[in-house]
Ligand binder design. Structure first.
Ligand code: PLP
Length: 431
């Protein structure tokens, strides 16, 4: 267990060094693994207890049957509950967001679903921003209502402050006495890059919770995090990731994460054990390898995305580009960007002139850039949100959220930008 194994010296490292300097070694003691420099894969479903008494004590702590003693540490039991690869990974991932604790999951949807189910009860309201990832949209609209939880949307781009969130609830007929347990936002939003003001979210939560239970602010930080946006620093309670994307970064694994204060994550971690949504040791190991190059990959992709976005904005077959690096003074979204983001990331959406047949002609003509959903990998990917990632969202909701049938979502990778642009250029000539 890394908590047990973390020495005082290693905790001091956390204060002294940047996350990228700690990704290779933090929270791991080679002497506990035959001196191996790298964390071995603990490919085991279960762990051997030294004594029956130890096994009993480990379960009492893991299941919250009693408080941990001063010198006691949570022990390794079973890989659905904990595993060294996942625990070391969690310690490292937490460094980027400045989080006290992290819980890793086997997919991003598992992170989102487990977290929501741990925090909501029948009769509760979840207020959420639109657009957001189609899978999350489905969960909110079709799964939570089965459990008596109502999801109320608000438009990310139209939210100018905390009062707009209150207005969205009022417009949906939510009474002041109804319990809003969660405010879930995806910022930047998939696929339009619309931003939600995190300070406004925190203010809303404070106001709504005055004298009662404060809603928790959950932020899906998949598009910009953990490098270019750290929502916990702006008042969020829990940060959520599809670690399948930038954190994994090679389009070869599925994973998710939730980060926040240890106490806030406690019910989430408990439910993860019983839903069985912890990631497996091999995925944990792969993610640790990915974290070593996270900053390099995200920086390179972000640099390339600027060239690509500038090229698209100047192209005669392109109607509109949705790219954070093109926000300008005077646009309220730019003020939000300046406050809470440190870079525009590498997600660029754009509309081709025409309609779906033109978008499809473009996608079918790509040669270097692959036509696939997902994002955040080393390779550039393009997809059609209207009919693919957001196929399940109603046409009216898509229209309201600004997702048109001529929109392409591009995840810019780490190829030479000239090559990416050459491919986009030849594909656009088919439109
Ligand atoms: N959140 C966002 C913003 C996403 O784009 C995705 C997937 O595309 C998810 C969550 C879900 O993640 P996963 O596919 O790892 O379950």
């Amino acid at each position: 267990m890394p908590r047990k194994r973390l020495s005082e010296a290693s905790l001091r490292l956390k204060q002294a060094f940047h996350p990228e300097s700690l990704m290779m070694t933090y929270a791991y003691k080679p002497e506990l693994s035959e001196g191996a420099l790298k964390v071995p894969i603990f490919q085991t479903s279960t762990f051997v207890f030294k004594t029956a008494e130890e096994g009993k004590a480990f379960f009492e702590i893991a299941y919250g049957l009693r408080k941990k003693g001063e010198t006691e540490s949570a022990g390794l039991i079973y890989s659905r509950i904990n595993n060294p690869d996942l625990e070391i990974l969690e310690e490292r991932l937490a460094l980027w967001d400045g989080a006290e604790a992290c819980a890793v999951f086997n997919t991003g949807m598992a992170a989102i679903a487990t977290t929501l189910m741990a925090l909501v009860h029948p009769g509760d309201i979840v207020l959420y921003s639109t657009p957001l990832y189609g899978g999350t949209d489905h969960l909110l609209k079709h799964v939570l209502p089965v459990f008596g939880v109502r999801a109320v949307p608000f438009r990310a781009a139209a939210c100018a402050g905390a009062e707009d969130l209150t207005a969205a609830l009022a417009a949906a007929g939510v009474a002041a006495t109804d319990h809003v347990s969660v405010l879930l936002v995806e910022t930047p939003a998939n696929p339009t890059n619309a931003l939600v003001d995190l300070a406004a979210c925190a203010e809303f939560a404070e106001r709504r919770g005055a004298g009662g239970r404060r809603p928790l602010v959950l932020v899906d930080n998949t598009f910009l995090g953990p490098l270019w946006q750290q929502p916990l620093r702006h008042g969020a309670d829990i940060v959520l990731y599809s670690a399948t994307k930038y954190i994994g970064g090679h389009s070869d694994l599925l994973a998710g994460a939730a980060l926040g204060a240890r106490a806030v994550l406690e019910p989430v971690r408990a439910l993860r054990t019983f839903f069985g949504t912890l990631a497996d040791p091999w995925t944990g190991w792969l993610l640790m390898r990915s974290l070593e190059t996270l900053k390099l990959r995200m920086t390179s992709a972000m640099k390339n995305a600027r060239y690509v976005a500038d090229f698209l904005a100047a192209h005669e077959k392109v109607e509109r580009v949705y790219y954070l690096g093109h926000l300008r003074d005077g646009d309220p979204q730019y003020a939000v960007y300046r406050r809470q983001c440190s870079g525009p990331g590498a997600m660029v959406s754009f509309e081709v002139k025409g309609g779906e047949p033109d978008a499809f002609r473009f996608l079918n003509a790509l040669r270097l850039v692959k036509l696939a959903v997902s994002l955040g990998g080393t390779e550039s990917l393009a997809e059609h949100p209207y009919s693919m990632t957001h196929a399940d969202v109603s046409p009216e909701a898509k229209r309201a959220a600004g997702i048109s049938d001529r929109m392409i979502r591009l995840s810019v990778g780490i190829e030479h930008p000239d090559d990416t642009i050459a491919d986009l250029s030849q594909a656009l000539s088919q439109v």
